[in-house]
Design a protein around this ligand. Structure first.
Ligand code: KG4
Ligand code: ZN
Length: 307
């Protein structure tokens, strides 16, 4: 078995994965959303302090598995330095105490493997990663052959939802809150510009849209927030669709996946489904509970790396 630890942002999570069967034997995640909510975003030092409290408690529950552990895995990058180190120090302690090797796992590769928890991998795949830290398209042929073909030049898709929610005083994380608010709003009410629509480059940008939303929020009454949320979600998604369309002209999709916390967004999912239809391409999604940060995806990568 492999014990895996995730602490790259505001979720403390530990999983136990059986190497031979890829079965998830244990998974526990303690989110800090409530603690960060009043600040409208993650406060790194607070997150680190909460990891230091919660990770040892979860580890305690894993003790019955200690005798069967062949390795310990931990998210090593990318993420918040002060929170990553909490997981890494714990992994080093476990490695030393049990005399087992330590495996450092890339968090973004973890999100890709969230598609394959308790399943075999099926590559090649074109993957859209939409999280709080990243917005990128990757061509994935195997664990060791992952090519990033497009990425954000500034803010990420998920982050733009978080910032919009913060401007409206809704709390954190903004993704689900904005998605809920947008359901009753008018998507055409605010004529925000689709970012980089004149540019030939296949890349993403959310800082301009964020500023346009800020100006709209400043002028609006609270009754109008739902229309801003709906128009924002529409344009934020249209930007992804427009650039993917451009990319598909060069590289038509066969098997496509959306991963990361924001892949839970149903409006985005429906627009991607529409986009893939003419190509007859299939769409892979992670189980909803594994879209956001978790340790099961880190354990799943670690099994591959261990083997
Ligand atoms: O993958 P994740 O848990 O953490 C990172 O690796 O960043 O993603 C968290 C991000 C947050 O920005 C959150 O607002 C966004 O995913 N998110 C959503 C939705 N659910 C979570 N964004 C849009 N719509 C959602 N339903
Ligand atoms: Zn993540």
């Amino acid at each position: 078995m492999i014990l895996s630890i995730e602490s790259s942002c505001d979720d403390s999570a530990i999983a136990i994965t059986q190497i031979a069967t890829k079965k998830l034997l244990f998974h526990k995640k303690i989110s800090q959303e409530l603690e960060h909510s009043i600040y409208g975003g993650v406060v790194p030092e607070l997150a680190a302090r909460l990891h230091a409290e919660t990770l040892p408690k979860i580890l305690e529950e894993c003790k019955p598995y200690f005798k069967d552990l062949k390795a310990v895995a931990v998210t090593s990058s990318p993420g918040l330095a002060v929170t990553l180190v909490e997981g890494v120090v714990m992994a080093k302690a476990v490695s030393l105490a049990l005399d087992i090797p330590i495996i450092g796992v890339n968090h973004l590769v973890g999100h890709i493997y969230s598609l394959f928890i308790e399943k075999e991998t099926t590559f090649p795949l074109t993957v859209l990663l939409v999280s709080g830290g990243h917005t990128q398209v990757m061509e994935v042929k195997s664990l060791s052959d992952i090519k990033t073909v497009a990425k954000s030049m500034d803010d990420s898709f998920g982050e733009s939802f978080d910032k919009t929610a913060k401007m409206m005083g809704l709390g954190y994380p903004g993704g689900p809150l904005i998605e809920k608010l947008a359901k009753n709003g008018d998507r055409k009410k605010y004529n925000f510009t689709i970012p980089l629509s004149q540019s030939k480059e296949i890349a993403f940008s959310y800082s301009g849209l964020k500023n346009a939303v800020r100006l709209a929020v400043e002028k609006a009454s609270e009754d109008e927030y739902k229309d801003i949320a709906a128009s924002f979600e529409h344009i934020a998604t249209a930007h992804l669709i427009q650039k993917l369309k451009k990319y598909f002209k060069e590289v038509p999709p066969k098997r496509f996946a959306i991963v990361g916390g924001a892949s839970a967004n149903l409006y985005l999912r429906s627009k991607i489904e529409e986009l893939l239809k003419p190509y007859g391409a299939s769409l892979l999604l992670s189980e909803l509970k594994y879209c956001s940060d978790n340790a099961a995806m880190i354990g799943r990568v670690a099994v591959e790396m261990y083997e």
